[in-house]
Design a protein around this ligand. Structure first.
Ligand code: ADP
Length: 663
């Protein structure tokens, strides 16, 4: 048959124009597209050969790249299923893919906005445009293909302008060979040279490393001029040859397979050495240490996906700078790399998890926008969260000290999940470790805390603040410690937030701050006793409290007596539901308007200071020492919180006065 010329379908031509004039910087994606087409063609051949042994290839299935540096052509060949003449017309003359059509529509929308006369470059990267991406780097594309099981081959050629030509061709074996006449290298535009061995290696490793077929590379370039003494050593022949034809092309076959082919997640877990997993982890994360934990999982059913996830030993330095955090989970579709940092696959509070998800049924052209709404991605995400959480829970049961290491690195991030209303909170609370008043050295789980609770304890008590030492010495703990009631000491900034997103409980037990509201601990009898004693003290000291309150003015909301103090004379408390001072400061910093809130000053009626003040008040209710003492007690209470005094000078003056009198 003679050469026939066909016109491109209108949409195809539009797409080609976009490719030819593309400003997209990652033009290298063309290679990913061609290699993945080849890999698909090899998959299909292998598959069809299962039921039709005539289609079986006599050679090993592989993808071969040949870069000719002299003619500046790059050829990608495979011995896959191949295409007939009709296939070529249908596949390379029209656009059948919905993703590509969507891309076209989107780029049209872009063009209609006043600023854009051409497709915004990153659309290309998001959609991937398959075979047509070749025209970003090539002036002319030549495809020779022979369908497996047929004798005839066909050549398809185009410069991307309006039409393509078809003619009969020869091809020894079934498969497809695509030759690109590359555009000149433009160093200034930063366009890489796709005839360069290093560029090709890099691009293959980046996008196609785990393609399941070997990718081989041959470079054709001018033979290097022979060195003078080497010529002598090899006799006259070599020297003559060099003189006659210094530009002899030399074929240099790169011996090794360029891609690692290690689609390690497709192999049965028990057949993969731990060291191999480690190597794979390091390869994708550039971490130099082995991972702390590995989670392999697969989803079966209406659609399939596999995931191989890792938790690093150390938190990356940018864990708290989300916009700068790199890596995360890579998305593959059928062993073909689609994107890095696929955040849709895991919630933010698991952003330290690394690894690969490989989905069988997603489109290769899935874009980030599409991922957010994709039901399969949502299902995968739920599955992954559950698996990671289960794995961590198992670690905490099996190896408490290793789990503690994990928690110290990533605990604060995990607790961010408690702020996410879509998550199952109890499942995350199961992972929480915290220091407690019970044991200085050890962290406790909430379950263990609950096991140690006495039957009449109604709540999980906690105290939150920035410094562990300050919390341990807080006056708020005194009554609890005396009664043997354990209190969790929460020191991460995120703790203030999740505990105040109340009402929050773990199982049937609510969390309760020891610094908020009234304390009621112990048996009913204890509570009753404390109440009666307090009422009596209030009767005796009521007028004194009023005098102190007026001395302190509007610095505080109220002065009252309390049964929460044992050794200390005073402390500050908040009303139930009040935000802690640290949280208030955080919210103010974030630009939120927080109304002024005053604390309550609680005093210990049993403390000798209070007893003496009571006696002094009896003698002279306007004794100036009463006002001074009120200010000192308030200052102490503020300092005990680890907070700062509004007027440290005045406090020092009062202390000095007191010391002078007593010394
Ligand atoms: P996609 O690969 O997403 O379908 P392309 O535009 O890249 O879109 O390719 C269009 C079609 O051309 C493919 O679906 C496939 O049928 C065919 N094709 C492309 N490359 C090859 C190849 N190397 N071997 C066999 N068929 C191919």
């Amino acid at each position: 048959m003679e050469t026939e010329t066909h016109s491109f379908q209108a949409e195809t031509q539009k797409l080609l124009d976009l490719m030819i004039h593309s400003l997209y910087t990652n033009k290298e994606v063309f290679l990913r597209e061609l290699i993945s087409n080849s890999s698909d063609a090899l998959d299909r051949r292998r598959f069809e050969a299962l039921s039709n042994s005539e289609l079986q290839s006599t050679e090993d299935l592989e993808i071969h790249l040949e870069a000719n540096r002299i003619s500046r052509t790059l050829t990608i060949s495979d011995n896959g299923i191949g295409m007939t003449r009709e296939d070529l017309v249908a596949n390379l003359g029209t656009i059948a893919r919905s993703g590509t059509l969507e891309f076209l529509n989107r780029s049209q929308d872009d063009a209609e906005t006043p600023s854009g006369s051409e497709a915004s470059p990153d659309l290309i990267g998001q959609f991937g445009v398959g075979f047509y991406a070749s025209f970003m780097v090539a002036d002319e594309v030549d495809v020779v293909s022979r369908r497996a099981g047929e004798d005839k081959a066909t050549r398809w050629t185009s410069k991307g302008a309006g039409e393509y030509a078809l003619e009969d061709a020869e091809l020894d074996l079934a498969g497809t060979t695509i030759r690109l006449q590359l555009k000149p290298v433009d160093d200034e535009a930063g366009r890489p040279d796709f005839c360069d061995e290093w560029v090709l290696r890099q691009t293959i490793r980046k996008y196609s490393d785990f393609v399941g077929y070997p990718i081989k590379l041959t470079i054709i370039e001018e033979a290097p001029p022979l060195e003078a003494d080497a010529g002598e050593a090899q006799g006259e022949d070599a020297a003559d040859k060099q003189a006659a034809d210094p530009g002899t092309p030399e074929r240099r076959e790169i011996e090794e397979t360029i891609n690692s082919m290690k689609a390690i997640w497709t192999r049965p877990e028990n057949e993969v050495e731990e060291a191999e997993f480690g190597e794979f982890y390091k390869h994708i994360t550039h971490d130099f240490q082995d991972p702390m934990l590995r989670v392999s999982t697969s989803i079966e059913g209406t659609f399939e996906a596999r995931a191989l996830l890792f938790i690093p030993c150390k938190a990356p330095f940018d864990l708290y700078h989300r916009e700068r955090l790199h890596n995360g989970v890579q998305l593959y579709v059928r062993r073909v790399f689609i994107m890095d940092e696929c955040r849709e696959l895991l919630p933010d509070w698991l952003r330290f998890v690394r690894g690969v998800v490989d989905a069988e049924d997603l489109s290769l052209n899935v874009s980030r926008e599409m991922l957010q709404q994709d039901r399969q991605i949502q299902t995968i995400r739920k599955h992954l969260v559950k698996k990671v959480v289960d794995r961590l829970k198992a670690l905490s049961n099996d190896d408490a000290s290793k789990y503690e290491e994990f928690w110290l690195e990533f605990g604060p991030v995990v607790k961010e999940g408690l702020l996410d209303f879509e998550e199952k909170r109890d499942r995350i609370l199961d992972l929480v470790l915290a220091p407690s008043s019970a044991d200085d050295a050890k962290l406790t789980t909430l379950a263990d805390y609950k096991d140690r609770m006495s039957s009449d304890q109604e709540a999980i008590y906690y105290i939150a603040g920035p410094k562990l030492d300050v919390l341990r010495r807080s006056p708020h703990l005194e009554a609890f410690v005396e009664k043997g009631v354990e209190v969790l000491l929460l020191t991460d900034p995120v703790d203030e937030v999740w505990v105040s997103q109340g009402p929050i409980s773990y199982g049937d037990k609510p969390f309760k701050s020891v610094g908020h509201g009234e304390v009621e601990i112990g048996s009913d009898e204890d509570k009753e006793k404390a109440k009666v004693a307090l009422e009596k003290d209030e009767e005796n000291l009521g007028d004194l409290l009023e005098a102190m309150q007026s001395a302190l003015g509007d610095e505080i909301k109220e002065v009252r007596l309390s049964s929460r103090l044992k050794a200390s004379a005073s402390c500050l408390v908040l009303e139930d539901g009040d935000l802690s001072p640290q949280l208030e400061a955080m919210l103010r910093q974030a630009g939120q308007e927080i109304p002024e809130r005053k604390p309550i000053l609680e005093l210990n009626p049993e403390h000798p200071i209070l007893v003496k003040l009571g006696e002094r008040f009896e003698v002279n209710p306007t004794d100036p020492k009463i006002a001074d003492s009120a200010k000192l007690l308030l200052g102490q209470a503020i300092l005990a919180e680890g907070a700062q005094l509004d007027d440290p000078g005045q406090f020092a003056e009062l202390v000095n006065k007191l010391m002078t009198e007593t010394l």
